[in-house]
Ligand binder design. Structure first.
Ligand code: F6R
Length: 363
């Protein structure tokens, strides 16, 4: 049932404020002002995390690395499951392994988990399907509560994965004495407001539709982002490739000069994801380097960012303003909508893109 939407993907994008708010109610004890992960997790005993996943779930891990490092001061390594399992990396004492998977059945992720059995101190998973193999074989399985996801391109599972990983990072920061009770309460209240911010973000759909018309003419698209927007740039590129079949690549903005700038011309739009945070000015200089070479910039930013950096921009997409730590969850929305409307403009099969399967149970 597409609930009046043209595609399951559209329905699942639109559902995000609701499912995220359900996940938040599940994991937040509002009265006590605490996070309740539903398992006994002592983050002070964990020396470091090794996070392993595939595809979009891998990008959720890459994002979580910023949160765990910056908020909780915990070292995090992130690996692609198919690389991790065959590289046979040493798992040293103090390491907790964390596997993220919507289906909980992805063959490479499951094999990576089995490799960690008996080596990692503890095995965590963040899954959408609680009965899945990955959930069953981990010590602690945290459900993301996104509900069934039918569109092959993952949308609501990604933002629910981010939500649960963020909650874990907050709890870790609090337990490890890096976040006071008041700071935690303040974060929790921003989080509880997030679903309504996401609803506002969904209202940019009109602007994104016209932006997507322009993007649908391109053969190649470059996505740029810094800091927490770097994994999001990858997510934008992945979604666009998957459903519109337009070749897209993502780079850390600071890498532009180290190669990809050679590609810049008027035919390859550059999508820059950059809220006005501490790194914004750096990204603006990268944008200027692109424009100076005739490149077309599509800037996804907030009002303050748009007011500062509007000159010469090909297309601007303005998001609501949220605290820096929450930008990855918010900026997933324009990344998804852009891919979706570009695919619709091209007339491709959005819910069943060619060559792809929802669950990759063979390697
Ligand atoms: C992208 C997408 C895939 C999956 C990947 C992992 O839109 O859906 O990249 O994220 O195949 O799948 P799970 O999360 O089921 O392990």
């Amino acid at each position: 049932d597409k609930a009046g939407h043209k595609h399951f993907m559209a329905k699942e994008i639109a559902e995000q404020p609701l499912v995220i708010s359900e996940a938040l109610s599940h994991y937040i004890d509002a009265e006590a002002g605490r996070i309740t992960l539903g398992a006994d997790i002592d983050f002070t005993k964990i020396g470091r995390f090794t996070m392993v996943a595939c595809g979009t779930a891998y990008l959720a891990c890459l994002t979580a690395k910023y949160w765990f490092e910056q908020l909780a001061g915990m070292p995090v390594e992130v690996d692609i499951a198919s690389e991790y399992r065959y590289r046979q990396p040493p798992v040293t004492p103090g390491t907790a392994a964390l596997f993220v998977s919507q289906s909980g059945e992805t063959a490479d992720t499951l094999a990576a988990l089995r490799y960690c059995e008996g080596k990692a101190d503890r095995i965590f998973s963040v899954v959408n399907v609680p009965e899945s193999s990955i959930a069953r074989e981990s010590d602690v399985a945290l459900p993301i509560l996104a509900g069934v996801e039918i569109g092959v391109a993952s949308t609501k599972a990604f933002t629910c994965q981010l939500t649960v990983l963020f909650l874990m990072a907050l709890e870790a920061a609090h337990q490890r004495g890096r976040m006071s009770d008041d700071e935690l309460a303040d974060m929790i209240s921003s989080l509880r407001n997030l679903p309504s911010v996401l609803n506002t973000a969904l209202e940019v759909e009109g602007t994104i539709k016209s932006a997507a018309q322009r993007l649908s003419q391109a053969k190649d698209v470059l996505f740029l982002g810094r800091g927490m927007m770097y994994p999001l740039a990858h997510e934008g590129a992945l979604k666009l490739k998957e459903i519109s079949y337009i070749h897209a690549e993502a780079y850390a903005s600071g890498e532009l000069k180290h190669g990809p700038i050679a590609l810049i011309d008027e035919h390859m739009p550059v999508v820059v994801m950059a809220p006005k945070d501490a790194l914004f000015d750096k990204t603006v200089s990268n944008m200027q380097e692109v424009m100076a070479r005739g490149g077309k910039v599509m800037l996804i930013t907030d009002q303050a960012g748009a007011d500062t950096a509007r000159d010469g921009i090909w297309q601007e997409i303005v998001m609501p303003t949220v605290r820096d730590a929450l930008t990855p969850i918010l900026y997933a929305i324009p990344a998804q909508l852009l891919a979706y409307h570009t695919a619709v403009a091209k007339g491709t099969d959005v819910d069943q893109p060619r060559n792809l399967a929802k669950s990759v149970t063979v390697e």
